[in-house]
Design a protein around this ligand. Structure first.
Ligand code: ASP
Length: 341
């Protein structure tokens, strides 16, 4: 017994200073949407523009983590970069509603406290993710929608813009095509008409997940939703548990894909629950939900995930997913196609 204790003490003494000083891990992953991304329809210039913006968003968030800032700051910073870019379906570049406007949804969750904030159908807030964070930190609520959310944004002094700030010609063309397709089929069935739209019409939702130096996880998601959406349609992105989830005990998840499926399958929370209660790696839990459960149901999309050790998994069941990450080992990825990790 004595000799065993001595051995333990000696091992502790002989640990190199470098090993003792090993910093706690940090990790960040981001996405810019999953869907049919045809390599043959994408010019080299487009590919470069998208990957450069993903890289910029990733590094904006990662720099904060390196400075020891909270995971919440990192995910918000990364998402704001993507919201301000016309390349993605969030903020500038958001898809159009049936009435040729933009209605934006966003949510954020703190894995340390399980606090969360979300906004749905906002039309004038430049960075909906920052409004979602204020809902979490400065209101008594989790989710605000429409005009009330705008009033709250004003009371918080958040930057507001005309709805046309989010306009892009590319998305307007998509709306016109989508409406023509829907109108041609709607007499038969509204569901069938909307189902004829491929995932190109909602492609580009953005999100981020992070692990900070204090071991805290956070997740954030922001979107314009689906092209030609009507009647105040809200997808999964602002729904805690569906499009966004974070819990220090299990994982952080941000989703992108056909929101109606992600809501019904409670995708983000289900992945974390599987990892936690089944004691399986997050990569396995997220792969089961995205590539088995959702595929069987006909739900397209993907997720970015990070666990408390800073391991990243980014499975998707579509042709591609815009994504980038730096894991706990410092491995960096910026990718569109390829395997889902
Ligand atoms: N999940 C988003 C929605 O349904 C769209 C997307 O991620 O492509 O609103």
């Amino acid at each position: 017994m004595k000799s065993a204790l001595l051995a333990v003490a000696l091992t502790a003494l002989t640990l190199s200073p470098a090993a003792q000083a090993k910093p706690t891990p940090i990790a960040l992953a981001i996405h810019g949407g999953a869907g049919t991304i045809d390599p043959d329809n994408m010019s080299e210039a487009q590919r470069e523009a998208v990957t450069a913006k993903l890289d910029q968003a990733l590094m904006a968030g990662y720099a904060l983590l390196e400075q020891g800032k909270p995971a919440l700051d990192a995910v918000e910073a990364a998402v704001r970069v993507l919201e301000d870019s016309p390349l993605f379906n969030a903020g500038v570049g958001a898809v159009y509603t049936w009435d040729e406007r933009h209605e934006l949804d966003a949510s954020i969750m703190d894995g340390a406290t399980l606090e969360a904030g979300a906004v749905a159908g906002v039309t004038t807030v430049r960075n909906p993710i920052s409004l979602a964070r204020r809902v979490m930190t400065d209101s008594a609520h989790v989710m605000l929608s429409g005009q009330g959310a705008e009033q709250f944004a004003q009371s918080q002094g958040l930057e507001q813009v005309a709805n046309s700030h989010f306009d892009t010609e590319r998305r307007l063309q998509s709306l016109h095509k989508a409406k023509a397709k829907i109108q041609a089929q709607e007499a038969v069935s509204h569901q069938a008409a909307v189902a004829t739209l491929d995932d190109h019409y909602k492609m580009g939702t953005v999100g981020a997940v992070a692990l900070d130096r204090n071991g805290n996880l956070a997740a954030a998601t922001s979107t314009g939703g689906m092209t030609a959406k009507r009647w105040g349609r809200i997808g999964d992105s602002p729904v805690i548990g569906a499009g966004t989830y974070a819990d220090n005990d299990s994982c952080a998840v941000s989703a992108t894909g056909h929101g109606e499926f992600f809501i019904r399958y409670n995708v983000a929370a289900d992945i974390c629950a599987r990892a936690k209660y089944q004691g399986i790696p997050l990569a396995a839990a997220s792969d089961t939900v995205i590539n088995q459960r959702l595929v069987a149901a006909g739900g397209t999309g993907g997720v970015i995930t990070v666990d408390p050790q800073g391991r990243v998994a980014m499975p998707f069941n579509t042709q591609g997913m815009y994504r980038a990450s730096i894991d706990a080992e410092g491995n960096k990825t910026v990718a569109i196609w390829g395997t889902s990790q």
